[in-house]
Design a protein. Structure first.
Length: 493
């Protein structure tokens, strides 16, 4: 008890001290912006209208420049993704750092001024090409894999860049040269010359992607086949990577070497959730990249405290996560819907086959023809032991087949095929036994062991595959449902 009272007194004492400090310092905090100041000025309708209509000169330059940069990065990044070299953009962006620092040092020593943008970009381009060549050489002439080669080149070049950057910043004009802008970007201070350079790059990237669409596609999807056909795969690959280098170097001034990777990777990755065709993916990637640059730059213009490069990347990420969920080609929602539809189809086809085979066994025991004997089907409790489904799932599946008009429930509680249901059941059983016959004839599978393999594949066999299987089985009678190739030993009727 005494210990608890002492603890209570101490806690109350600290509470009174905190309250007194709050009262004492509150005027100063409130005057300085305090705890309630987030530092963001929400725009009004006038500011929003000015940005949307591009009235300000600087806003026009920045939005147009970042839009075109996103378009160029989306186009060139598509082939980078398909070539399975997504991390190469990260390696290239980091490999440009020693080129920037070394170009600044050389221009300062020989010309007295190292702030020339063209010279800095030229140095970045040279080292980006060297980085690309280093990766390709390591992959080709060593036993290291792609990821190891990328990691080695990134680490070596970035470490060299940090070391040379330290020397450059210690020079007399080093601190005021703005070299750090190539690391973090300075989108808001983009000049007209920068926007024109990005525009030319975007035009060249789009033109080259159009002219070399067939060659790039062949190298991305089947480089070995292209090599056997006599195509210069190595030169095409290097040319493709050089296009990525150009876009990377041009994007350094806008979003920096760290964030330019996002513009090369995220838009193509976003486009893959919407289409399987390369031409459509290229267009969508360019659109997503352009939208990321345009929307991100506009948001940054409306809220001055938000850095444009980071907002552009966050915009691209938002489009990516939206596509990840709602995309029509591998989106999470679409995949869940397809999985639900496939599970429903599997349940219905398994039920139809079990009912048909139950009818076959019953007709065989009674000595009647299987199809001609429209005998009553099984009851629910007779059908339940035939598979490992639960009572609830079986009852639900039977009700669904009744609603589709394939089954009817007799007064005796038996499930009987309707004419349409019998046709559906015949088609399902025919696919199943066609695959069983193929496994026995060409895969040397024992007749008693083919049921499980056919049960897992029959639900995805389409008419084209059925025609190919029938052509490979000369003894197969088209449109007929033959007897099962293994013994009908199931029980439960």
């Amino acid at each position: 008890m005494p210990g608890s009272s002492i603890k209570r007194m101490v806690s109350q004492g600290w509470g009174w001290i905190a309250a007194a400090a709050w009262v004492w310092f509150w005027p100063e905090l409130a005057h300085a912006g305090g705890l309630g100041d987030t530092g963001l000025q929400w725009p009004g309708w006038q500011e929003l209208l000015r940005v949307l209509t591009l009235r300000d000169y600087n806003t026009r330059v920045v939005i147009v420049g970042t839009t075109l940069l996103g378009l160029a990065a989306g186009l060139s990044g598509t082939f980078l993704i398909l070539r399975k070299r997504a991390l190469l953009s990260d390696t290239l962006s980091h490999a440009t750092l020693p080129g920037i620092a070394l170009a600044f040092i050389l221009m300062t020593v020989f010309f007295g001024d190292g702030k020339s943008l063209i010279g800095l970009i030229a140095g970045a381009a040279v080292f980006a090409v060297l980085g690309t060549g280093s990766v390709l050489l390591i992959e080709r002439y060593s036993r290291l894999k792609d990821d190891a080669a990328l990691g080695v080149v990134l680490s070596v070049y970035f470490g060299l860049g940090i070391a040379i950057m330290g020397i450059a910043t210690r020079m007399e004009t080093g601190n005021s040269a703005g070299l750090t802008s190539f690391i973090y970007g300075k989108t808001a201070s983009m000049l007209l010359s920068d926007a024109l350079l990005i525009a030319v790059t975007a035009f060249v990237a789009a033109l080259l992607c159009l002219l070399f669409f067939k060659e790039f596609s062949l190298v991305c999807f089947d480089a070995d086949f292209a090599l056997t056909q006599g195509w210069p795969v190595a030169r095409l690959d290097f040319f493709m990577m050089s296009l990525v280098v150009v876009v990377t170097v041009v994007g350094l001034q806008a979003v920096g070497l760290i964030l330019v990777v996002a513009l090369l990777i995220i838009p193509p990755s976003t486009a893959r959730f919407w289409s399987r065709r390369l031409s459509v993916m290229l267009v969508l990637s360019a659109v997503f990249g352009a939208l990321s640059g345009m929307i991100g730059a506009a948001i940054s213009a409306l809220m001055a405290n938000l850095p444009a490069g980071a907002v552009i990347v966050m915009t691209a990420s938002s489009l990516f996560f939206f596509s990840l969920v709602f995309g029509t080609n591998g989106g999470l929602l679409q995949m869940a819907l397809d999985r639900w539809r496939l599970g429903k189809k599997v349940m219905h086809e398994n039920l139809l086959r079990e009912l048909y085979e139950w009818q076959e066994i019953a007709a065989q025991r009674s000595g009647a023809a299987a199809d001609a004997a429209r005998i009553d089907g099984p009851r629910l409790e007779e059908l339940l032991p035939r598979r490992s489904w639960s009572f609830h799932d079986l009852q639900k599946g039977l009700r669904q087949l009744i609603r589709r008009g394939w089954l009817r429930l007799s007064p005796e509680g038996r499930y009987v095929f309707t004419p349409d249901g019998l046709l559906q059941a015949r088609a399902v059983v025919r696919k199943h036994r066609l695959w069983e016959a193929y496994l026995i004839a060409y895969a040397d599978t024992a007749p008693g062991q083919v049921d499980w393999g056919a049960d897992t594949i029959e639900h995805v066999i389409d008419e084209r595959i059925i025609a190919e299987l029938e052509a490979g089985l000369p003894d197969w009678t088209p449109k007929a449902v033959p007897e099962s190739p293994h013994e009908l030993i199931r029980s439960g009727v």
